[in-house]
Design a binder for this molecule. Structure first.
Ligand code: UDP
Ligand code: UDP
Ligand code: UDP
Length: 467
């Protein structure tokens, strides 16, 4: 069958450019399946080397499921050692990618059909924007965090100027004009140092935000309504382009490799009886904290499924469970709990009827997955955007947290504190029903006629009009 020229040219060609870490890759792959289902041509840029094994396996299984995607492996030149003051391999990769992002130009200039738009991570906003301008194509940012934290990052170029000296010790809040102030205790400590690699990378990329065509967010209107209205009505951060909430991003049948032996066990447990604990893909917890957590969990008396990680990067995980948790703990809890050290399909778990509550570090993907499934969260934020995310989810009615637990590793959170909070999570009926209504709102947003669905459809349509 011959295809008319009109139908060929109306297919927009979108380049997706995620950054390092599963927290950044996952929303891009979810968005990729969504775009494919709406007849877009895709090029996926992935950086080489990847930091974690999880990224590598997810990229290859995604691409083998979608051979129609054009794949570009972008070799990121290693950082000059002196350039970074962080020893976190993910941040070193962020910095390296950010610095070399503009080098994707020749890789994109020769693509057919020609590129219509670049959808890039905030970490590469600056480079992606330059390339988009050179190619004369649109440029959208795909944000991997909450709108509240994005606002902070967008305002960071102002906050870090010495004139403002707004990030001073002693202040209790940070004022972003037009928005509810942010408590200082939730500002990531590196933000107080403008020379920190993490901060410097964000500042240089945040400066590019006003020049892009829109910011696609894995959130939904009713989850962060105040911040969204303030920005989109130009009452705050008026230099930003439109914020386009398109979440919670769904898996669209994308089921990744992973350990699944917990599923039959979960299927045997009573409804809403199991606490699910996971701290994301790159949060390492100290042995002492793991011990307090295991004691608190045991004393709470609840059934549990615990995904345990002791290293930031998965390939460094060498110890067996028995070397981390005492054999007596594993023996005593074997009939009511399961501890897993491998990759799991968290979306499947959160969608299982047995799950009654989620103890989470509040990586934004995890928050959106809990929201989408209406599962109440006990937030235990550790780093970066996570304390801000915890505030957002508490305000939205999805969860609870104790701000005195501090940043990850700041102090040892004791077993009795953990036990109390887990019991609160599992027994608070009001929280449960609020979380369920958050889940209903999330489904409404992504369903036909919903706000998130309309927003992505309108974005795709406007790209099609421009092809
Ligand atoms: N995830 C998963 N299985 C694991 C660990 C993580 O499916 O064993 C997923 C999780 O569902 C989420 C992503 O990996 O989609 C992690 O992103 P998030 O923003 O929650 O946290 P980060 O890992 O970036 O700290
Ligand atoms: N951080 C994060 N996720 C991590 C590790 C660190 O968000 O998995 C944040 C955290 O706020 C930390 C900052 O990034 O303070 C810098 O981390 P790093 O350990 O590299 O910095 P340092 O403590 O050496 O300044
Ligand atoms: N981020 C960034 N540049 C960096 C580090 C982080 O733009 O060098 C952004 C990123 O978009 C992320 C947010 O800051 O969503 C929070 O940072 P964190 O490292 O905690 O991200 P996570 O992987 O937990 O989402």
């Amino acid at each position: 069958m011959s295809i008319s020229p009109g139908s060929v040219t109306s297919q927009p060609h979108i380049v997706l450019f995620p950054s390092a870490g599963m927290g950044h890759l996952t929303p891009f792959l979810r968005l990729a399946s969504l775009l494919l289902s709406h007849d877009c041509k895709l090029t996926l840029i992935t950086t080489k080397p990847t930091v974690s094994v999880a990224e590598c396996t997810h990229i290859s299984s995604f691409l083998s499921k979608h051979p129609e995607i054009n794949h570009i492996e972008f070799h990121v030149p290693p950082m000059q050692h002196s350039g970074s003051i962080s020893d976190d391999p993910f941040f070193i990769q962020f910095e390296a990618t950010s610095r070399s992002a503009h080098q994707i130009h020749p890789l994109l200039a020769s693509l057919t059909p020609p590129v219509s738009a670049i959808f890039a991570d905030l970490v590469v906003a600056n480079g992606a924007n330059k390339v988009a301008v050179d190619l004369g194509v649109r440029n959208y940012i795909v944000s991997t965090t909450s709108l509240k934290f994005l606002s902070l990052m967008a305002y960071l170029p102002v906050l870090t100027t010495s004139d403002a000296a707004k990030l001073v010790d002693g202040a209790t809040e940070i004022e972003i004009p037009g928005l509810t102030p942010l408590p200082i205790s939730s500002i990531p400590p590196p933000f107080f140092n403008a020379d920190h690699g993490f901060t410097a990378t964000l500042v240089s990329n945040a400066k590019a935000l006003p020049f892009c065509n829109g910011i696609l967010m894995n959130t939904f209107e009713s989850f962060e309504p105040e911040t969204l209205l303030a920005i989109n009505n130009k009452r705050a951060l008026s230099n930003l382009p439109s914020i386009l909430p398109i979440g919670p991003l769904e898996t669209y049948g994308l089921n990744m490799n992973g350990q699944t032996r917990y599923l039959p066990w979960l299927n045997d447990q009573p409804a809403e009886s199991v606490v699910f604990l996971s701290f994301g893909s790159r949060t390492a917890m100290s042995k002492d904290q793991i011990k307090e957590l295991s004691d608190g969990l045991e004393r709470s008396g609840y059934r549990f499924l615990w995904v345990l990680k002791t290293k930031k990067v998965d390939k460094d995980e060498k110890e067996d469970l028995g070397e981390i948790l005492s054999s007596s703990f594993l023996e005593r809890t074997k009939n009511r709990g399961m501890v897993i050290k491998e990759w799991v399909n968290q979306q499947d778990i959160l969608g299982n009827a047995a799950i009654g509550g989620f103890v989470s570090h509040c990586g934004w993907n995890s928050v959106m997955e809990a929201a989408g499934n209406g599962v109440p969260v006990l937030a235990w934020p550790q780093h970066g955007d996570q304390r801000t995310n915890a505030e957002v989810l508490e305000k939205a009615g999805l969860g609870i947290w104790d701000a005195t637990w501090g940043w990850g590793g700041q102090r040892l959170v004791k077993q009795d504190e953990i036990q109390r909070k887990i019991s609160e999570l599992m027994t608070d009926e009001k929280l449960k029903s609020k979380a369920k209504s958050v889940g209903d709102e999330a489904k409404k947003a992504t369903g036909n006629g919903g706000t998130s669905k309309n927003t992505i459809l309108e974005t795709i349509e406007s790209l099609k009009q421009n092809v």
